[in-house]
Design a protein around this ligand. Structure first.
Ligand code: ADP
Ligand code: ADP
Ligand code: ZN
Length: 215
């Protein structure tokens, strides 16, 4: 099964993708995570992407589509994928069609997490993750059960993203509205879109997603 999780920055894509990965043996492919890894490693892609990401703008379609191809080709046969943060533009959506059909894969669901924008700044500026295992947290909505210690791996190191500030988030939302939201009609025509209320608490959102996945 292949699924796209769509929604503006802070909608809960990463949070929910992690939960689905734990529940089903699928993998999450996040172009944001791949790009951050490339920036950290100082690869040519990372060098090109760094400033663009810090400005809250979109990295070129060719770069992200190439990252997705490489990631898909590294998977074991039969592994389902949750696309998180990709595709983000119409050209990426069209590339993904080719990428999937070339590999005999079929897109089963496009799930849009619907959220209101006022909540997003708050979600994003309070976001932090475990530096060791990547588990996601929030200053108010999801603190570790034991203060300062990751629930999942016990690490005491956490990190915050450089682009998770109010100014950059606003630019990311502008990009979402202008370039990403307009790809929904492409999928609506194919009858694969489900809308889920992303303003619900995290567990309720997960339940809604499970319903979609289990049909
Ligand atoms: P969020 O999930 O908070 O929206 P991401 O981690 O998905 O953020 O993306 C962070 C940044 O990485 C984006 O602002 C953009 O610069 C870049 N990026 C990630 N995915 C893509 C993509 N599919 N196309 C272009 N740029 C991307
Ligand atoms: P995205 O990947 O779409 O950018 P995240 O999954 O990283 O979003 O979520 C952004 C922040 O909001 C994280 O700190 C996360 O813990 C928190 N969050 C996610 N879903 C919810 C929710 N349903 N209610 C409250 N906070 C949430
Ligand atoms: Zn951890």
């Amino acid at each position: 099964m292949d699924i796209i999780l769509l929604g503006p920055p802070g909608a809960g894509k990463g949070t929910q993708a992690h939960r689905l990965v734990e529940k089903y043996s699928m993998v999450q492919l996040s172009t944001g995570d791949m790009l951050r890894a490339a920036v950290k490693a100082g690869t040519p892609v990372g060098l090109q992407a760094k400033a663009v990401m810090e400005a809250g703008e979109l990295v070129s379609d060719d770069i992200v589509s190439a990252l997705i191809c490489d990631a898909l080709d590294a998977l074991d046969e039969g592994t389902g994928v949750i696309f998180d943060g990709y595709p983000r533009t119409a050209p990426q959506a069209h590339s993904l069609d080719t990428i999937l059909s070339d590999r005999g894969r079929v897109l089963d669901h496009v799930i849009e997490l619907e959220v209101n924008e006022e909540a997003l700044i708050d979600r994003i500026t309070g976001r932090f993750t475990c530096a060791n295992c990547g588990a996601g947290y929030h200053d108010r909505y999801k603190l570790p059960e034991m203060e300062g210690t990751c629930d999942r791996c016990g690490s005491t190191e956490f990190k915050r993203r450089k682009d998770d500030n109010a100014e950059t988030v606003r630019q990311r939302m502008v990009e979402y509205r202008a370039k990403t939201a307009p790809i929904l009609p492409i999928y609506e025509e194919r009858d694969v879109v489900t809308r889920v209320d992303g303003m619900d608490d995290m567990d309720s959102v997960t339940e809604s997603l499970v319903k979609v996945v289990e049909g």
